[in-house]
Design a protein around this ligand. Structure first.
Ligand code: DGL
Length: 270
């Protein structure tokens, strides 16, 4: 029994940590497409093709269910994968849905008309490809009325994090928050719509101020996956091993991963 967790690079490890804590008995296979990261500056077509190739690779590891722990892939590829590509016995879930459910305080399958929600001014920080997909705003508009979303494409942040350059990442986060606040001076909530960004959560929170609620995607995804597996226990695939796979250089990726998570992780070549 194994479940796949996919990201373009190391960001999805923030989600992996949360799901592993929540579901310690499930062996997770983590796949980092480091050779092609960052995805956030790629076209939707490119992101779709790369994500499909990674998911297929995880099927070989016995993962019938794969979680896209990458907002860029979820925003640009997930719908098309589910509608046109995925065989009936496989499932792919994204990180977007639990976030929208939390913000709108309703379940995804609730098709009642959109209604007012508590939060009115939301700041969305995400990669350029996620922002330009407008997937977040579209899904929100089906469910909530009167919510003003201001999205900030955070160019460069994923590269800085992948390179382990914390100082640059911090400077970029501060300037992106400043840019957003010029357009929305008083957001009530901020969504870190990229799984790399929780690694910079403190910087985001400090730059935004204490009054802003920063939504943590990892915990929401973990709770949602636990609920999904209770309802679909058959979707835990036949794989038995926990593995960390990368399309990049395993030694380099392993050493960067240690830097982030402060514990050793050994990546193997995908
Ligand atoms: N962690 C990915 C996300 O959630 C990063 C995307 C990238 O590679 O630019 O969007």
């Amino acid at each position: 029994m194994a479940v796949g967790v996919f990201d373009s690079g190391l960001g999805g490890l923030t989600v992996l940590e949360a799901v592993t804590q929540r579901l310690p008995e499930v062996p997770f296979v983590y796949f980092a497409d480091s050779a092609h990261a960052p995805y956030g500056v790629r076209t939707a077509e490119d992101i779709y093709n790369l994500t499909c190739a990674a998911v297929e690779r995880m099927w070989d590891e016995g993962c019938d269910l794969v979680v896209l722990a990458c907002n860029t892939a979820a925003a640009n590829a997930l719908k098309r994968m589910q509608e046109t590509w995925l065989p009936p016995e496989k499932r792919v879930l994204g990180v977007f849905v639990p976030m929208i459910e939390a913000l709108t305080e309703r379940k995804w399958g609730d098709n009642s008309p959109p209604r007012e929600v508590a939060v009115k001014h939301v700041a969305l920080f995400a990669t350029p490809a996620t922002v330009s997909s407008r997937a977040f705003q579209r899904e929100l508009a089906f469910r909530a009325i009167g919510v003003d979303v201001e999205a900030q494409p955070c160019g460069g942040v994923v590269d800085a994090i992948e390179d382990g350059d914390e100082i640059l990442a911090e400077a970029l986060v501060n300037s992106h928050v400043e840019a957003l606040k010029r357009r929305m001076p008083h957001p009530e909530a901020a969504i870190l719509g990229c799984t790399h960004y929780p690694l910079m959560q403190k910087t985001f929170q400090t730059a935004l101020g204490d009054g802003v609620t920063v939504y943590s995607q990892a915990a929401l995804v973990a709770a949602s996956l636990a609920d999904y597996l209770t309802r679909h226990p058959d979707m835990v695939g036949p794989g038995t091993e926990r593995r960390f796979l990368t399309t990049g250089d395993p030694a380099r990726v392993s050493s960067k991963a240690v830097q982030f998570l402060r514990r050793p992780i050994t990546f193997e070549k995908a």
